[in-house]
Design a binder for this molecule. Structure first.
Ligand code: 13P
Length: 256
């Protein structure tokens, strides 16, 4: 397996913070702490409303959206299309996040959004992951189905553009009674995901980045990056704290 050396660190701010002023402050603070970063790709996915303002603050920090509609333009009240995001200078989009799946998003819908985002020129970050683990290991099948259905019909030529984020729901900070996942959990799933991608895309699969998300913090980031079989991290809560997020980026920059 061909492994990419440089890491990607993505912050998913979810529906935070409450004001644009706070968002700007946090973004500025992160910007100041990462001025030395050369290799690591940094992405922040704030609420949609803040993108335009934050875009002007830093070139080094890439911006991403937390969702994108599949159609390009037209009568879809409340939606924002991948095409619009691309035209506004946004490069990444998180799709199929478990918190959106809880609100009713299906693999079929995520599939349409993945295709729409790829043809618009965005890099989709496809989230997959099980809500719990069972003794029969059926969670592998669930992740396989998520991958197959969400990537159904995606052409090989687009494969290298896609990022897969493994986010075990039971480890995410917002999950009630959550518990920590280990780098071993991450590694075995990353190997499995890579195998599913190989079956679908052949050798091109080696160019797809697989990242881990689920309560990653500045204390375990190195372990996940070293031993979790992944090319980067998707951080939620820790990315809201400029100091912690900058530390995670620092770890990725200085150790790989
Ligand atoms: P936490 O890092 O807060 O667990 O969130 C993970 C996540 O959902 C990122 O998309």
């Amino acid at each position: 397996m061909q492994k990419k050396k440089d890491k990607i660190i993505i912050g998913n701010w979810k529906m935070n913070p409450l004001t644009i002023k706070e968002a700007e402050k946090s973004f500025e603070d992160i910007k100041k702490s990462v001025s030395y970063v050369r290799k690591t790709t940094i992405v922040i996915c704030p609420p949609l409303l803040y993108l335009e303002k934050l875009k002007k603050i830093s070139r080094k920090i890439n911006l991403g959206a937390q969702d994108a509609f599949w159609g390009d333009v037209g009568a879809f009240t409340g939606e924002v299309s991948a095409e619009m995001l691309y035209n506004a200078g946004i490069k990444y989009v998180i799709l199929g996040h478990s918190e959106r799946r809880t609100l009713g998003e299906t693999n079929e819908l995520v599939n349409k959004k993945i295709k729409g985002s790829l043809s618009a020129g965005l890099t989709p970050v496809l989230c997959v992951g099980e809500s719990m683990r069972d003794e029969n290991h059926s969670y592998f099948n669930l992740v396989k189905t998520q991958l197959e259905e969400c990537l159904n019909g995606v052409k090989k030529t687009f494969a290298s553009k896609i990022i897969i984020a493994y986010e075990p729901i039971w480890a995410i900070s917002s999950t009630l009674n959550r518990h920590d996942a280990t780098s071993v959990d991450s590694r075995e799933m990353a190997i499995f995901i890579r195998k599913v991608l190989y079956d679908k895309f052949g050798a091109e699969a080696s160019r797809i980045r697989i990242i881990y998300g689920g309560s990653v913090n500045e204390k375990d980031a190195l372990d996940f990056l070293n031993n979790g079989g992944v090319d980067g991290l998707l951080s939620g809560r820790a990315s809201l704290n400029a100091k912690k997020f900058a530390e995670i980026i620092n770890i990725a920059e200085n150790n790989f």
